[in-house]
Design a binder for this molecule. Sequence first.
Ligand SMILES: Cc1cc2nc3c(=O)[nH]c(=O)nc-3n(C[C@H](O)[C@H](O)[C@H](O)COP(=O)(O)OP(=O)(O)OC[C@H]3O[C@@H](n4cnc5c(N)ncnc54)[C@H](O)[C@@H]3O)c2cc1C
Length: 463
Amino acid sequence: MTEVVIIGGGPGGYEAALVAAQLGAKVQLVSDDAMGGATVLTDCVPSKTLIATAESITTTSESGELGVKLAGVAATANQVSSDLLQINQRIKSLALAQSSDITARLSAENIKLVAGRARIAGAGVVQVGENELKFDVLLIATGARPRVMPEIKPDGELILDWQQLYDLTELPPKLIVIGSGVTGAEFASAYNALGSDVTLISSRDRVLPSEDPDAAAALEKVFARRGMKVINNARAASVVNTGSGVEVKLASGEVIVGTHALVAIGSLPNTDQLGLETIGVKTTATGHIEVDRVSRTSVRNVYAAGDCTGILPLASVAAMQGRIAMYHALGDAVSPLDLQTVSSNVFTDPEIASVGVTQRQIDSGEVTARTMSLSLAGNARAKMQGQTDGFVKLFSNPDSGVILGGVVVARNASELIYPISIAVEQRLTTDQLAHTFTVYPSLTGSIAEAARRLHRVNPGAEQ
Ligand SMILES: Cc1cc2nc3c(=O)[nH]c(=O)nc-3n(C[C@H](O)[C@H](O)[C@H](O)COP(=O)(O)OP(=O)(O)OC[C@H]3O[C@@H](n4cnc5c(N)ncnc54)[C@H](O)[C@@H]3O)c2cc1C
């Protein structure tokens, strides 16, 4: 029986454990935190639970024009308030329940759960406290932690990282979010909906610099309409707790004053105290573990998955890397990781979902594609719902018509991206997508319509 040891109980680790057990290995899963890892306990699950509340507030407060009244008055943002203590209690109990479900599932599959901090002690041996765990196959899935800088350091009181936010019992009246990547933008969007006065500081010329530029521009417009202040091209140099609030000093010398600051300036891989050097596992300059597309590290029978590899920091990718590692290590059929087919979503309001090639690849000439973008303002269902901010964009191969990628900006873009993901994964053409029935009225109707228009557009005339 192959002895598999897995370090890390996040999706990279626990999904791999389930596959290894299914394939008949003896599995030991070591984690220094409850099962589910940062994904379930502090990052993905808590933030998306918070965002579910924020969504309800926004939908209610913007439903005045649909004829919704609150206590006899047309619904507006001023009439809907939030109870952060209750929201955070719900978030924590939901995260713990999710963790318990995962623990129960792993135990039911006879996976041995080992609590503690693991360190590689030598070839074939992992040390956890006094215990030595022997392995034939090792998977490292230790995740990442919030990045801090000496001048921008969370204190857990008024200056917080995203894992500390859930201890707040009252809504921060004036929240400054440092960092406009996915995490910063999501929390800025959510706290703005909950009722905080939010200032978002972006070091680039727009929020979400890695996302589709049209999507980011659409989101900035919505943020401005909802009263959020976005400061672009501004690098935060330091943040201090003044006792009564916070002061964020920008590189320009300007000082922004708030009651609380959220630091969202990226993550660092949990690889520094693992003993990787004892067996020669290679890391990159940023400390991430080097892996290939079947999750192999530089050392035979040692695999790595998830945020500690820095391939693409998503729970779905971590889980897939972990599963692939076990399929490969235990001799099952395996398809290497293909990042072109990964769909991802930014859970702002509206959401931004994307899959496949990007606008940046097309604009730079790296990929040749035809583009069709349709505003949701023309979609019957969106009009009925009072949802007019988003759009659907499709990219297709100019010769074959095969769909290469797409972007959806809409309230529920994370659900709407799926047909485009299927098209990209299965190499469907615009005609195949266009000829598939959609419900009338529906937002997916815009996806089919964009595909139809790609059939008609002459090369050179596309937008
Ligand atoms: C705020 C936020 C929101 C996010 N939202 C989403 C989202 O909506 N969708 C999405 O797909 N992704 C999301 N992500 C990304 C996602 O959370 C990560 O990609 C995912 O957590 C990676 O999983 P993992 O298994 O690599 O690591 P983790 O989930 O971090 O788990 C690693 C575990 O290993 C433990 N560990 C570390 N070192 C050791 C050791 N030496 N011994 C024992 N145990 C150890 C850690 O304590 C941790 O419990 C979000 C991230 C953040 C920060």
